[in-house]
Design a protein around this ligand. Structure first.
Ligand code: ZN
Length: 275
């Protein structure tokens, strides 16, 4: 069984075939998917939970979990009402994580101080609900600005909680990976690890211990090679796992077992989560 630790199942790109897409994932051996609850704006952060409730319990479907959070570029939307909504979502049993939250200095959008403030406010809410966090971090090309700010914030404000989290779609270097591991984070790789130009990322992935690795699709984005550019879906998470297996000199089964075990450990879930 594989777990897709990060997919945007509420994307409008699945409106016409969401059930069939989930069944394809089940048939490909995906036992569970963490549906990311950021919507396209903060007001939509409940949509991943709605999808969990719609499909859980149906036959031939992966087990679905949800997150909730405000994406870095939506940080200007954060007010007391948004934080109250986040808090009530994190109280739901299916909503096992707060995210994806973090810092994005690559794309034009929310001012950096507003992103940092939004991250810190959400860390407080997540800590009160004992929920691990899902981190999105993207610096400008060629520098580590967002990583430097992110890790400083997490080392000060998140480490003391002991809750850990996931570095989603990891794209940093070894220094950022090492500091993330020191914080007790799992490091998740998406389909971009399969791209021909991603050798530096593969070199970092090869150094990460098996008990700290996860796999994800980030669907509908980042379709793995050779589907790059197409709509991605959780059924294709095996591609990132296969690349990790090559890098670690392991069998695909070992990567599946390790990443599943890591996911269950982080979220304190039982071993029989798959349907
Ligand atoms: Zn995402």
């Amino acid at each position: 069984m594989l777990i897709d630790s990060h997919a945007h199942l509420d994307s409008p790109r699945y409106t016409d075939d969401r059930a069939a897409m989930l069944t394809r994932a089940f048939e490909a051996g995906v036992g569970a998917v963490l549906a990311i609850g950021i919507g396209e704006k903060a007001a939509e952060m409940h949509k991943a939970l709605d999808i969990c409730r719609q499909f859980n319990g149906q036959p031939n479907m992966p087990r679905l979990f949800a997150s909730a959070g405000v994406y870095p570029h939506n940080a200007p939307e954060i007010d007391e009402a948004v934080l109250a909504k986040l808090d009530s979502l994190l109280a739901e049993p299916e909503v096992i994580a707060c995210g994806e939250i973090g810092l994005d200095y690559y794309h034009e959008g929310a001012a950096h101080p507003i992103q940092r403030e939004g991250l810190i406010r959400q860390l407080e809410v997540a800590a009160n609900r004992n929920r691990p966090i899902l981190i999105h971090c993207r610096p400008k090309d060629g520098v580590t600005d967002a990583w430097d700010d992110l890790l400083e914030i997490l080392e000060a404000c998140w480490r003391p909680t002991g809750l850990g989290g996931i570095m989603h779609c990891f794209g940093g270097g070894w220094e950022q990976a090492r500091r993330s591991l020191d914080l007790g984070f799992l490091i998740s790789f998406a389909g971009n690890i399969t791209y021909p130009k991603a050798q530096p990322l593969r070199d970092v992935a090869a150094l990460i211990p098996l008990d700290s690795l996860l796999v994800e699709t980030d669907a509908p984005w980042l379709a793995p090679a050779p589907q790059r550019g197409k709509r991605n879906e959780p059924a294709w998470v095996a591609r990132a796992a296969a690349t990790l297996a090559e890098l670690k000199g392991a069998e695909a089964q070992e990567i599946a077992a390790a990443t599943t075990k890591n996911f269950l450990r982080l979220f304190r879930l039982r071993a029989d989560v798959g349907n």
